[in-house]
Structures are given as C-alpha cells and as structure tokens.
Design a binder for this molecule. Sequence first.
Ligand code: NAP
Length: 205
Amino acid sequence: MKEKAPRIGIMGGTFDPVHYGHLVTAEGARCVYKLDQVFFLPTGRPPHKSMKEVSDAEHRYMMTVLATLTNPHFEVSRLDIDREGVSYTIDTLRILRDFYGPEAELFFITGADAIFEITDWKDSDEYLTIAHFIAAARPGFALEELPKATQDWVDKHADRFHVLNVPAMAISSTEIRQRVKNGMSIRYLVPEPVEHYIRRNKLYL
Ligand code: NAP
C-alpha cells in the first residue's frame, strides 16, 4: 500500500521569547491543515534584523525547546541557527524540500505581519511553489492591509496562501520583553518553564 505523503509544518520565527500565541498558532495550523509534525525553526541571523536587536540564538532555541516539550507533534530545528551567515527562508525551504522529497506537503507558518515585505525577500517568487504559506493573523488583521506588491504575490498562488486567525496572537514577544524590563508579570503569557528560564538568565532586563 502506498504511504501517505507527509504534511510538515515549519514554524518560522525569532521566538524572542516564544509565547502562548506561537503555541496556539502552531497547534491551530496542525489541526486545521492536518499536519503530521510541526518544526519550530528559530531564526539564525535573519536578513532583516541586526543581531544586536535579538537575543542570543541559544537562549531562543532553549526557550523554544522548553515551550514545546509536552506536545508530541512539535519539534525544534537548529537548521537556521547552525547555518553560517545570513539565513534566508528560501534556502531553508529548499533544504527541507530536498530532505522530505517532492511528495511531501510543506507548510511555512509565520506571522501575517512578518510577510508585509515578502516581495523583498530573496527569490520570493519561488516560495509558494515549494510550500504552502500560513499567515497567523492577530485580531483585526485584513488582507487589504498588505502592500499592493504583496497582495499581487498572494493572488498568483491564492490556493497555497492561507490566513489563520489566532486571537491569542494578541500576545507579542515585544510586549513580553517590555513587561520583563518594567518588572511586570508575564505569567500565563509564556509557559512556566520559559518564564523561569527568562528570570534565571536575566533576559530582557
Ligand atoms: P518579525 O518581523 O519579528 O515578526 C513580525 C510579526 O510576526 C510579529 O508580530 C511577530 O510576533 C509575528 N510572528 C513572527 N513569527 C511568528 C510565528 N511563527 N507565528 C505567529 N506570529 C509570528 O518576524 P521574524 O520572527 O523575524 O520572522 C518571521 C519568519 O520570517 C522567520 O522564519 C524569518 O526567517 C522569516 N523572514 C525571512 C526573510 C528572508 O528570507 N528574506 C525576511 C524576513 C523574515 P512576535 O514578535 O510575538 O513573534
């Protein structure tokens, strides 16, 4: 009997820190798109940020491992972190396509806000030929907010571009970092082990 082609989610993000919004997004995508596995892929050296703005990759990796530990469908990949130089998403997707083979269905999951400038990303025309794209939207997000060039990019492969509304994405990493800095509680915004990790390593102070 022919084996079912795997359906793999790739959750791309900086995860500085990872929070419940990310976890709800990944679990929502897994259920809606019937994914076998979701790989969290913390960014290495993202092309659009200076590394001064971002916490050390090992901290972001560790927090993501701690947050995903109890879900058997979640794993964390070091693919971007361990790669030398700037990590472009298209290179990551090519590696994963070669690894899983042409039969596999890949779903790249990230924040709707993160794709605003996608037409400026390296080889942006190729993305939707390799993977489906799931844009996790915060409450109130509308596709019409995207710049015209990005809307045209979406329209070209509309059947492979999906918007997933995630009310829990009202939580943001920026707000969590700010709350830590201001001595405010982050309880129930991040999993408890992540909160302990942040405190223990004096992150975001
Ligand atoms: P970002 O600009 O820091 O984030 C933009 C927004 O999207 C933020 O509101 C963020 O919320 C949200 N977000 C980010 N990742 C998410 C996820 N997995 N699920 C739900 N919401 C998410 O974006 P980023 O994290 O640096 O990058 C996102 C992905 O796009 C990464 O995989 C990155 O490598 C890729 N990217 C690639 C290129 C390129 O190849 N040229 C350029 C830019 C981005 P939080 O802050 O709360 O996470």
